[in-house]
Design a protein around this ligand. Structure first.
Ligand SMILES: [Zn+2]
Length: 162
């Protein structure tokens, strides 16, 4: 099924990607970085999924178009773009995927067996005021990573942050 691009209910830019079916639809804005899905129909007060979110995510959540919208967490092979609380303001952060030194891997057991070889390095994140700026940095990185396929935005899984 072809994705649709529409005007964002939050920021008004023509950058809202709509994907999926009517029963399981995801709407992701690549300008303001907010995302919603059919799981988030309702209000911040009443929606069950919202209750599972971190307090920061709850604080940043917005209600529009009969749904709750939350900031995206974009996970890519090269790293992760996600919202952070910086001096009580929401900013965007990019944390790169880094190789774990062989000697340290014993500290990163994989529940599926063995040990992780890579991790998201959140110790020295890049900070951006706007999602779109972080996203263009990520796209540049993807291009430089010489991946054979064109960089593309993956719809994030809406799972709770630990
Ligand atoms: Zn938007």
């Amino acid at each position: 099924m072809k994705d649709l691009i529409s005007n964002c209910f939050l920021c008004g830019e023509h950058s809202l990607h709509v994907a999926g079916t009517e029963e399981a639809q995801v709407m992701q804005c690549i300008n303001c970085g907010y995302v919603t899905s059919t799981k988030y129909i309702g209000t911040i007060e009443t929606n069950e999924e919202v209750k599972k979110l971190s307090s920061d995510m709850k604080k940043w959540a917005k209600e529009e178009n009969g749904r709750v919208w939350i900031p995206s967490i974009i996970t890519l092979p090269i790293g992760m773009l996600y919202p952070i609380n910086k001096d009580n303001e929401m900013k965007w952060s990019f944390a790169p995927m880094v190789e774990i030194p062989e000697d340290d891997r014993k500290d990163f057991p994989n529940p599926q067996g063995g040990f992780y070889e890579k991790k998201i390095d959140t110790d020295n994140p890049q900070i951006y005021d706007e999602f779109i700026i972080g996203m263009s940095y990520v796209n540049d990185l993807m291009r430089k990573a010489s991946t054979p396929q064109e960089p593309e935005i993956k719809f994030p899984k809406l799972k709770k942050r630990k």
